[in-house]
Design a protein around this ligand. Structure first.
Ligand SMILES: [Zn+2]
Length: 303
């Protein structure tokens, strides 16, 4: 009888130990973005006019990002630097979370300087992703029980190239952040880099490029499936895309570029006067935002 009780006790102890070792992460808290809020942020940025680097519209956008963050109780910071004649500014905000590895959630806020379209306001590219990022900051910072990792939000300046992507043209803000984090040693604690770009198209078709982390890709498809929105997520025919995730991906950070590079027939709305507010929708922004919220909370801290 005694031996039997001891066996049961041992069995219980062993099984408890096993359970602890393989304990699943806490279930994702159901959070949702407010589609109207995300859309109104995008609208505000469009109303500031062209936002190419060092323009009055870029300054107004930076002020808007900082003041809106402040209303949420978040002290955003500006990283400002000079390259040649141009002043660039990234905007950063942070929120706490579980574990010791943070996730970067990013969007660029600058618009392409188009001489053929003097007041190119970039509704989809890049007001949609910048507006959604601001709404995601609100949801995550005000969540009573955020189940995801510590977050570093960043709005990049200078994603767009002036002439042709190269060492000194394009991806200015993301190159700056990746190299700064690498130099300080902080890049090693980065669990993942998730980029939002052109996510507001009414006809939402996310086209993941081939230069994305395969495990993160598999996970986000699973999340989209669970939310019943998998039909909006696909691949960019196995091709690469040069975007702000690249400076991180090249340094070994698992990265995802959540981009819809099928904007209008044959992507014909991209970098043209067609990229206007009427082409984007709050619903598309919410689909992406809600997938990202669940995805982040389901992310295994160490992989
Ligand atoms: Zn662009």
């Amino acid at each position: 009888m005694k031996a039997c009780a001891l066996s049961i006790l041992l069995l219980l102890l062993v099984s408890c130990g096993d359970r602890k070792a393989t304990e699943p992460p806490p279930p994702a808290v159901s959070l949702a973005v407010d589609p109207a809020a995300a859309f109104s942020h995008a609208q505000a940025m469009i109303d500031f006019g062209a936002r190419h680097s060092d323009s009055p519209g870029a300054t107004r956008t930076v002020d808007y990002l900082v003041s809106t963050s402040k209303m949420l109780g978040i002290q955003a910071s500006i990283d400002q630097w000079q390259e040649g004649e141009t002043t660039y500014r990234n905007v950063h905000a942070q929120t706490p979370g579980h574990g010791d590895r943070y996730v970067i959630l990013a969007s660029h806020y600058d618009t392409k300087l188009l001489h053929s379209v003097p007041n190119f306001v970039g509704a989809n590219d890049s007001a949609s992703s910048s507006g959604l990022l601001l709404e995601l900051l609100r949801v995550i910072s005000s969540a009573e029980n955020w189940g995801g990792p510590p977050m570093r939000f960043v709005w990049f300046d200078g994603e767009e190239c002036r002439v042709r992507y190269g060492e000194h043209d394009g991806l200015h803000g993301s190159k700056r952040m990746a190299s700064t984090l690498e130099a300080s040693g902080e890049l090693e604690s980065c669990r993942a880099m998730i980029l939002l770009d052109m996510i507001g198209d009414k006809d939402l078709t996310i086209t993941f490029p081939s230069n994305c982390d395969s495990k993160l890709l598999a996970q986000i498809f699973k999340t989209a499936e669970a939310q019943g929105v998998a039909s909006h997520f696909g691949f960019f025919s196995g091709r690469r895309i040069l975007d702000d995730h690249v400076p991180f991906f090249e340094r070994g950070v698992p990265a995802l570029d959540i981009i819809d590079f099928s904007y209008g027939p044959n992507n014909s709305f991209w970098h043209t006067s067609e990229d206007t507010l009427d082409k984007i929708s709050p619903d598309s922004m919410a689909i992406v935002g809600n997938v990202v919220l669940a995805f982040l909370q389901e992310l295994i801290p160490r992989e």
